[in-house]
Design a protein around this ligand. Structure first.
Ligand SMILES: [Fe+2]
Length: 274
């Protein structure tokens, strides 16, 4: 069994800045420390995008510092809040496809992992947060899927390529998501993991199973009505633990809370107070 750690939407800011009053860098470090403490055997750490809130060089430098002691390989990805050029200033060795997009394909035993760069740009339009995969990236995905020969494949994609019911975020999903889903459906053995929404959500889209991780910083409220992608709420952060197992792929969601004592009396009940 291979274990991977996955974090999404840390939204690093410049020093001193906050998002809904939260120090997102501090929250990320808390999640990272908890994950590395509990899972020192992880084989890699995936960062599913929105690494910096405004794509600033300073924010990426802070993220790089926070990751300095991670003992396993890093697989960084970009989201709509990122900027490819400034990211590469801080992470010049990040894996890129031949078209210059921040995406890669990795094999762990019989399992394959494909990461996608869904950032739409350059040019970057202010306030534009939907995702896009150009023909170069779709062709690259098609070629990488073919190389897997139908083996279990984890597809890491910041923007969900489908609607979730969170209408404010559905308005800024992967715009050509149907192209991606049709390819994954044809592959027949792929699972999607996404970020972007800042909530834990699981389901199936066009026959493709998916889950998405909550942010290490601020979360999104469960709101099926309000057409606003900026709604945020201070709920606990979390991360994902991905197990590549002989039967397939399992993804666990772990909230990061003050450390709780694990007890063995979960199947019994206490007598009511007299
Ligand atoms: Fe985000």
């Amino acid at each position: 069994m291979t274990k991977l750690l996955a974090f999404t939407d840390p939204h690093f800011t410049k020093p001193g800045a906050t998002i809904i009053g939260l120090d997102t860098a501090a929250r990320f470090k808390t999640s990272l420390n908890a994950a590395l403490h509990d899972h020192p055997d992880a084989s890699a750490l995936i960062l599913l995008g929105d690494l910096a809130h405004h794509g600033e060089v300073d924010a990426y430098a802070r993220l790089k510092d926070a990751l300095a002691d991670v003992p396993c390989p890093l697989i960084p990805m970009l989201g709509n809040h990122d900027r490819r050029e400034t990211f590469l200033q801080a992470f010049p060795d990040a894996p890129q496809s031949p078209s210059g997009h921040i995406q890669t394909a990795i094999q762990h035993g019989p399992h394959h992992i494909i990461t996608l760069d869904t950032l739409d740009g350059p040019p970057y339009s202010p306030g534009h947060h939907a995702g896009w995969l150009c023909d170069d990236r779709l062709d690259w995905l098609e070629a990488r899927l073919a190389e897997t020969m139908g083996a279990p494949t984890l597809i890491c994609c910041h923007h969900p390529p489908f609607d979730t019911g969170i209408v404010g975020m559905d308005a800024i999903k992967l715009r050509n998501g149907a192209d991606v889903l049709s390819r994954l459906k044809a592959h027949g053995n792929a699972m999607l993991v996404c970020g972007h929404i800042h909530r834990t959500i699981s389901g199936v889209a066009q026959g493709v199973p998916y889950t998405m991780l909550k942010s290490t910083g601020h979360q999104a409220p469960l709101d099926f009505v309000t057409l606003d992608s900026a709604l945020s709420i201070d709920e606990p952060p979390g991360y994902g633990v991905i197990l590549l197992q002989p039967d397939g792929i399992t993804i666990h969601h772990q909230d990061v809370l003050p450390r709780q004592q694990v007890r063995r009396d979960g199947h019994s009940e206490s007598a009511p107070p007299a």
